[in-house]
Design a protein. Sequence first.
Length: 395
Amino acid sequence: MSQLKKIILKPKKEVSLLRRHPWIFSGAIASKSDDILEGDVAEVYGSDKTFLAIGHYQIGSIAVRILTFENEEIDQDFWNKRIASALSLRKTIGIADCNDTNVYRLIHGEGDELPGLIIDYYNGTAVTQFHSIGMYLAKDQIADALKSTLGDKLHAIYDKSSQTLPFKAQVKSQDGYIFGSQGNTEVLEHGNSFYIDWSEGQKTGFFIDQRENRELVKQYSRGREVLNMFGYTGGFSVYAIRGGAKHVHSVDSSKKAIELTNKNIERNFSGTAAHESFAVDAFEFLENIDGKYDLIILDPPAFAKHNESLNNALQAYKRINLRAIRQIRRGGIIFTFSCSQVVSKDDFRRSVFAAAAQSKRKVSILHQLTQPADHPVSIFHPEGEYLKGLVLLVE
């Protein structure tokens, strides 16, 4: 085994690793190799010099992201096994070889024992996002593992990490293809067609994590007037029309997103009069919707990415939910979400509760929602459960 850099923990700081949590915080480190650099693969030892794990070292609060708790080589075989294991899980849950769906998350960071790595599969194209320098430095091995695992189902790999790598890292990353070139940008999800813009769109191009929640919206849409707020490229809108909604209004501040929404609606329902889109500020649009809708979807971007902004985020969730609850028709349904990892399920629920209480309307919870199974949550890393959702009935 090649010689690795070493990290020694302070006494009693190995407890979280013994519970298989995949992060080591900087305050837990007693010493480290003098020549260790950000992105290096390092061995982690307890204060008694007992081997604990191997991970990527990085500068910041989270100082090590654990790759393995075994004393093993981090070589091409390691990457091949991890990515093959992830694909096996997607086959087990029925998403990798599905006739009516060819878009799914292949690697979900800690949930697939690859912290700092996100890979989404779009009908032959794998879009990668590296959230740590260590993962970025291993991108060639990861690309080779993707080719080995996916075989002829992989036509291209697009790296979209310029905005996800640590801000202070001395790495110049440019988005672009690291294998193949742009091919088909149309995907299927539950038989619905969507055009994906992974080069210019948000995240990797599509909010794959809302797949099953979109299907639930379809079940509630028949005969309803639907408002899809923060609609991005119209995922929920397509499902609402598919479910038999009378009319669907899609709202997003991005003109590019609305253009793609209109393209997706036309692709699935050519010439339909059931849809209208608005490229306007969502909060302003919500100010005057009294009685117009009986199904509202609130799927805003992450209001909080850091704990410092948590309180402001909770107030924002309260504000948009209050506006929706006050103005929705009697017997209306609200799908409301938070994708902020720092907002816990309890925090989010309390914000929605505060909005409901202030509205003075009767509100019941019909469903409590989360991310689908191709976004697995390690039982040792509950922070991986980032998507929270509630379906509310408002009397």
